[in-house]
Design a protein around this ligand. Structure first.
Ligand code: ZN
Ligand code: MN
Length: 444
């Protein structure tokens, strides 16, 4: 029997605001002494009153806008009640029926649309440490850090689509400069929900896997769940609706608790924070402040600098790298500072950054001089190139015949052979076009 996976995703992203969501404590808690970033509000002491962080709300809305969501003009915070020591108040301030953003989407490479159900604002919880023996430790530094939750519809069919979406989401929040989305620091946490269906209709159960912190683990968790649920279904039974955890050591998911329904949380409007009302013009202003995102930037770099779409896509994966490329290309290309020839093609800068895996913190000046030095040691004169190609042609008659007969791979062989004959590094594109020119001469 063939089963189809139906996968949805909840992603939590920590914002890098200066202060926490509802108090003035510093949100920069990572690696700090436990319980040193706390106050009565984020410790949940009785009578302490929350004051929402305006910047955090604006950033949440920017994420929503970048994900093509509608922004609600009337939103509010709600209390999500549960009893667990990671939030001392006994509830989390979150958003229930009026989140800031609804109904967005992300388009995958293959054109498939992943629908975003909602993007809402909430607060992070304290961190519990359980592996100390017969007691647990609580660190409240993380308690109250602004957290944005992004929920998709169950539109994914496999782990590859999930990972592609996640990389895109990570890139978007980094371009917006609202989060570093560093998974190792827990700034981006993933919760896939998975169920299987024979005909693509939505099954009656769903299994949620909590708090995964790497793309690799989310992939493994999904694959593990697919096989586990398939086995159960093939026995004629139905998998339990539950929440599971992912064990990195065993590479499998483990049952944690039966899944709660929204009603179990007894959501109700947060009485200490009035509803948040936006005007259309305020939302419009936030939209204008979004700036250029990766896809747009890749298209522009391709057009403005004449680099390939492939290179543009790789460069824009990291905003800092794409900025480095652009500032180097706009300052140093077509000037005498880079090569003996007297100019440098932006393509050469792009190739150098990609092939040499240049560090994003490199300055444009430093990069320019690195390229210059590599050009001096590897510079190939037209005569040298001519000689190397002649040598290739005399040695590789068969490849030339093959190429003439339409075998495209033969060209790769000729390029490789010429590189070898040159005996030093040369620009691949230069060698390729010189060979093509030579072949054209011969065959015409
Ligand atoms: Zn605080
Ligand atoms: Mn949440």
């Amino acid at each position: 029997m063939n089963y189809k996976a139906i996968i949805g995703l909840e992603t939590h992203v920590e914002l890098k605001t200066k202060s926490k969501m509802f108090c003035g404590c510093s949100a920069d808690y990572f690696g700090k002494e436990p319980n040193s970033h706390t106050c009565p509000v984020c410790l949940g002491l009785p009578g302490a009153l929350p004051v929402p962080n305006k910047i955090a709300i604006e950033w949440c809305i920017k994420i929503g806008l970048a994900l093509n969501c509608e922004i609600l003009e009337f939103s509010k915070f709600d209390r999500k009640n549960y009893f667990y020591p990671d939030l001392a108040k006994g509830y989390q301030i979150s958003q229930y029926d009026k989140p800031f953003c609804l109904n967005g989407n992300v388009i995958l490479q293959n054109g498939k649309k992943i629908r975003i159900r909602r993007v809402h604002m909430e607060e992070d919880t304290a961190k519990l440490t359980h592996d100390q023996g017969d007691y647990s430790l609580i660190d409240f530094n993380r308690s109250g850090v602004p957290l944005v939750e992004i929920v998709t519809e169950p539109d994914f069919e496999n782990a590859d689509e999930v990972v592609e979406y996640l990389k895109k989401l990570q890139q978007i929040v980094r371009y917006l400069e609202v989060s570093d989305a560093d998974m190792e620091k827990g700034q981006m946490r993933l919760e896939p929900n998975i169920s299987l269906s024979k005909d693509g209709s939505l099954p009656k159960y769903k299994v949620e896997v909590k708090n995964i912190n790497s793309f690799r683990f989310v992939e493994r968790a999904i694959k593990f769940e697919f096989n586990r649920q398939k086995e159960i279904l093939e026995k004629g039974e139905s998998p339990k609706q539950e929440t599971r955890g992912f064990s990195e050591r065993k590479n499998e998911t483990v049952s944690q608790r039966s899944k709660e329904e929204a009603m179990d949380y007894r959501y109700f409007p947060e009485p200490d924070i009035p509803p948040i009302i936006f005007s259309k013009s305020q939302i419009e202003k936030l939209k204008e402040g979004i700036g250029e995102l990766a896809d747009e930037k890749a298209k522009r770099l391709e057009k403005e600098y004449g680099i390939t779409s492939y290179d543009a896509e790789i460069l824009t994966r990291d905003k800092k790298i794409s900025d480095l490329f652009e500032s180097t290309a706009s300052t140093f290309s077509h000037t005498a500072s880079l090569t003996k020839k007297g100019n440098t093609d932006p393509k050469e800068i792009a190739n150098f950054i990609i092939n040499k895996k240049v560090d994003a913190e490199t300055s444009p000046e430093d990069l320019a001089s690195q390229i210059k030095n590599s050009n001096i040691s590897g510079v190939v004169s037209p005569e040298e190139l001519e000689n190397a190609i002649e040598k290739t042609i005399s040695e590789a008659q068969k490849a030339i015949e093959d190429y003439k007969n339409g075998k495209e791979q033969a060209l790769q062989f000729l390029i490789g052979q010429t590189m070898r004959n040159l005996g030093k590094k040369a620009n691949l594109d230069d060698v390729k076009s010189a060979i093509l020119e030579k072949l054209k001469q011969r065959f015409s």
